[in-house]
Write a protein that binds this ligand. Structure first.
Ligand code: PLP
Length: 398
């Protein structure tokens, strides 16, 4: 670590930044020369088929970001005012906001403490004890509203336990929309994340495993949903481009060709990106095991996470170091780290929403620390993170 004259630190290590290389520049230059820069152009469809293939799906529709991908998925399944959706509270707020865009309401489920994902057993319990059937509908006994969908969010890239979740969804007639924004390339029992529910949504924001600057994608095997998503993403145009006929209120949610080109360049190196993420996670695990007050996160035995963001849990043997103290210690050494999101049921727009037996979400929020995990993180920088973390855990625990 070097200090500049003004006292600021040189060689800061960011949490997770994009990996832009020569190839990206070449692809973009080519697109600029072709004049296909906006939301019409050959590369959007090319990018869609690459992501469809990667996620094991028949159809993919590209969108301006992951939030709009989720919004369109909810519209396609016909989610609307008064409907309810089961979601984890420990997630980024973009998993939840699009539910409200449609007029539907979230019901917040807990996270399980091993892998931090939506607790499927508690979700099952909620459905069994707190809902009743009314014809083909499932009614939430306390609100009287119709429960329509489950949104498992594969946080940090680690898959939710999807098999039991899908059994529940089929038993109760619920649609499953995976928020796979962080999880492109993760594998659950041999199957790609995004292909496990009825629809899957990805994000290509700057901090995700691949980036298009901003971008998103919905993937599905249902041709009607794919068609509807495409239609709503392009101003609900109901016929050819030449005549301006629109039979509903649509959105301007289509990804631009210029962004799609960046996506293609990034996907060309995706295998390498995945390898790097796995290697970073492995190095953290190997270097940080057997440290009092600190637990590394393993993959569940039934999956292979894309290891988008590596994390440690400050727990175990006492005294347990305080997260804010460890973060401050790392920040002083030029290392960026981040806690998990403040659970959504504590955020102002959602404070009055229903929750079910939340026991771990806040606990995890207080103890989990995300560590620098950029594809371009060098081994010498990672060593610096590891050494500083060990030192700060020792200090913070005293
Ligand atoms: C990034 C992210 C989103 C939203 O994606 P944007 O492209 O930023 O709109 C949704 N859900 C989760 C879990 C995310 O991490």
């Amino acid at each position: 670590m070097k200090k500049r004259v003004d006292g600021s630190i040189k060689n800061k290590i960011p949490l997770c930044v994009p990996h832009i290389g020569k190839e990206d520049l070449m692809y973009i230059q080519h697109a600029l020369k072709s004049n296909w820069v906006s939301s019409v152009g050959p590369d959007v469809e090319r990018f869609e088929s690459v992501v469809a293939r990667e996620s094991g799906r028949a159809f993919a529709v590209a969108t301006v970001n992951g939030t709009s991908a989720l919004h369109l998925a909810f519209l396609a399944m016909g989610l609307g005012p008064g409907d309810e959706v089961l979601v984890p509270t420990l997630t980024f707020i973009a998993s939840i906001n699009p539910i409200r865009y449609t007029g539907a309401w979230p019901i917040f489920m807990d996270a399980e403490p091993s892998f931090f994902q939506m607790d499927v057993a508690k979700t099952a319990e909620f459905l069994k004890n707190n809902c009743r059937r009314d014809g083909r509908s499932l009614i939430n006994k306390s609100s009287g509203r119709r429960v329509r969908a489950i949104v498992p969010v594969h946080i940090l890239g680690h898959p939710v336990d999807m098999d039991p979740l899908m059994v529940l969804a089929r038993r109760y007639g619920l649609t499953v929309i995976e928020d796979a924004a962080e999880a492109l390339g993760s594998v659950y029992r041999g199957r790609r994340v995004g292909s496990l529910g009825d629809m899957g949504c990805f994000s290509f924001n700057g901090n995700k495993i691949i980036t298009t600057g901003a971008g998103g994608m919905v993937v599905t095997d249902n041709p009607e949903w794919a068609e509807r998503i495409r239609y709503y993403s392009t101003q609900a145009r109901c016929s050819s481009r030449e005549d301006f006929i629109h039979d509903d209120i649509g959105f301007n949610y289509r990804l631009s060709n210029l962004q799609a080109v960046l996506g293609l360049a990034q996907m060309a190196r995706f295998t390498h990106f995945l390898k790097r993420k796995h290697a970073i996670a492995k190095s953290y695990r190997e270097s940080l095991k057997n440290i009092a007050g600190l637990r590394c996160i393993e993959d569940a035995p039934w999956c292979c996470s894309n290891s988008w963001l590596s994390a440690v849990c400050l727990a175990g043997e006492k005294p347990i170091p305080k997260l804010s103290v460890v973060r401050a210690h790392l920040a002083l050494r030029g290392i960026e780290s981040r806690p998990l999101w403040k659970p959504i049921h504590r955020q102002r727009p959602y404070r009055r929403c229903e929750t079910y037996r939340l026991e771990w979400a806040d606990w995890l929020h207080d103890r989990v620390l995300c560590l620098p995990s950029s594809v371009g993180l060098t081994w010498s920088d990672q060593r610096r993170v590891i050494a500083s973390l060990k030192e700060s855990v020792r200090e913070a625990a005293q």
